[in-house]
Unconditional design. Structure first.
Length: 133
C-alpha cells in the first residue's frame, strides 16, 4: 500500500456537506460524480496528497442509504492507494482478510476498487484503489 488515497464520509445532503467542507477546508471540491454501480453521488476535496470523498445515496436501497439509516452521517471508509490491486487482493486474502468483492470493480475518480470486510479491520471498512490507466 502506498498511501491513504482518501477518507470516505457518508452524508445525507451532498450540497449542504459540500458547503460545510468548503468552509472547513477553504477549497471547492474538484469533482462531483455519479457512480451508478454503487447508487451514490460523490464529491472530492483534495488535501495535500490525500482526498476527502463525500458520499450521498442516490437510491434508498443503496449501501450508503443503509449505512446512514443504521449509523448516521460520518466516517464510512478509508481508502488506500495500491500499485497492483490484484496482487494486493491476493496478498490480503492469503493473510486471512475477507474481501467484500472477489474482483475489483470500477469506482469513483477513475479507480478500480475492492473493499475489505470491516469485521477483519477493527470495524472500519477499508478500500483498495488503483488508478485506471
Amino acid at each position: 500500500m502506498e498511501k491513504i488515497e482518501h477518507i470516505g464520509i457518508a452524508v445525507k445532503d451532498l450540497n449542504q456537506a459540500n458547503k460545510t467542507f468548503q468552509k472547513l477546508l477553504g477549497i471547492h471540491p474538484y469533482k462531483t460524480e455519479v457512480v451508478i454501480t454503487e447508487n451514490v453521488i460523490t464529491s472530492f476535496f483534495e488535501i495535500g496528497e490525500s482526498k476527502v470523498e463525500l458520499l450521498e445515496s442516490s437510491d434508498p436501497n443503496s449501501v450508503i442509504a443503509k449505512f446512514l439509516e443504521k449509523r448516521g452521517e460520518g466516517l464510512h471508509h478509508i481508502a488506500y492507494s495500491v500499485n497492483n490491486i490484484y496482487d494486493e487482493m491476493k496478498r490480503l486474502k492469503t493473510e486471512g482478510f475477507v474481501l467484500i468483492n472477489e474482483e475489483p470493480k470500477r469506482g469513483a475518480d477513475n479507480k478500480l476498487v475492492c473493499f475489505l470486510h470491516p469485521r477483519d479491520t477493527n470495524g472500519v471498512l477499508m478500500e483498495l484503489c488503483q488508478e485506471i490507466i
